[in-house]
Design a protein around this ligand. Structure first.
Ligand SMILES: C[S@@+](CC[C@H](N)C(=O)[O-])C[C@H]1O[C@@H](n2cnc3c(N)ncnc32)[C@H](O)[C@@H]1O
Length: 308
């Protein structure tokens, strides 16, 4: 499976988990609904003709809306990155002065191309906003960041998503509730909410109340759903697995989040998918192998999935 990688980056990006998630997606005739779109990597690999895609972060939605409307094109992105990349290379403080200039401009104008620049020139591909909604990630300290090959890579990513976004895909900015409430029987909802205690920012505050509200909505939706959450790490277990999500089917799998400034956010975690439909996980995940205390369904030999 060729994974479509989006042009926008974020620390919670699910690129490596896409095959695992997609293997579980049921065959439905309705829409793909994603209330927590983030970079869009799961939606872009969903293959659905109809989609409802939402996030509280207006910048990701504005960027993809711009691609859909053809206001943002691969050619336009190339011209923009070549120009700004040249200035970055020559700017004082090893490029930092120009990074700051783009950041300050973005914080005023919210230009989607400046947003792309910050996403691709920020430290470790992270995205975070302060309480005023301003970009809050420092420069990656590479003045020659936008090399010819890097620009081509980004331009190709924009091209890929431009080809995938269908005219009937709807993008909205808002809270997850209104998006989930629109789901109908033949739709599938994929939810990837912020994980409590990790990467809190202006657009991503997440509380116990939010988790319970999400649980209530998913418990009563007529649609099928898949929820991404964390199961446990080396130190503790996600309490909401026992109190909420274990009422649904669960599969788990080891995962390592590569980016993140905080050392605790770089550790490996066991990811979980909770879902409200029957499935043959074995059939979806290339057979069974045994590990201590767990039945693992191995994917590509190296990766694993556990049905609980
Ligand atoms: C973990 S990220 C999603 C990552 C995405 N699956 C990806 O692979 O890039 C969670 C997203 O939920 C958004 N978000 C946070 N609170 C929200 C809310 N109450 N309603 C809708 N979206 C929210 C954040 O802005 C963030 O983009």
């Amino acid at each position: 499976m060729r994974i479509i990688v989006p042009p926008i980056k974020s620390q919670g990006i699910k690129t490596k988990l896409v095959p695992w998630i997609q293997a579980l997606v049921p065959d439905v005739s309705g829409k793909w609904i994603e209330p927590f779109l983030g970079t869009g990597v799961v939606a872009f690999n969903s293959g659905f003709r109809k989609a409802l895609l939402n996030d509280t972060n207006p910048h990701v939605i504005c960027f993809y809306q711009g691609v859909k409307n053809r206001e943002i094109t691969p050619q336009g992105v190339r011209a923009y990155l070549e120009k700004e990349g040249e200035q970055l290379k020559k700017a004082p403080e090893q490029g930092y002065a120009h990074f700051r200039a783009i950041r300050d401009r973005f914080n005023v104008t919210h230009d989607p191309l400046d947003f792309l620049f910050l996403s691709r020139a920020g430290f470790n591909g992270m995205m975070r906003f302060n309480r005023n909604g301003e970009w809050n990630i420092p420069f990656c300290k590479k003045p020659a960041r936008f090399s010819r090959s890097y620009i081509t890579k980004i331009v190709n990513q924009v091209h890929d998503v431009a080809c995938l976004i269908q005219p009937s895909w709807k993008f909205t900015v808002g809270n997850f509730e209104a998006t989930i409430e629109q789901a109908e029987k033949d739709d599938v909802i994929y939810c990837d909410p912020p994980y409590i205690g990790r990467y809190v920012d202006y657009y991503g505050g997440w509380t116990e109340e939010s988790e319970r509200k999400l649980f209530d909505l998913l418990s009563t939706t007529p649609a099928k759903f898949i929820l991404s959450t964390w199961h446990h790490n080396d130190f503790r277990r996600n309490p909401f697995i026992d109190s909420l999500w274990s009422r649904f089917n669960l599969v788990t799998r080891d995962h390592f989040y590569h980016s993140g400034g905080k050392i605790e956010n770089r550790q490996s975690i066991v990811e979980a998918l909770a879902f409200n439909f029957e499935t043959n996980v074995g059939q979806h995940n290339y057979g069974l192998c045994l590990k201590p205390e767990q039945l693992l369904l191995c994917e590509n030999g190296a990766e694993s999935i556990t049905q609980q």
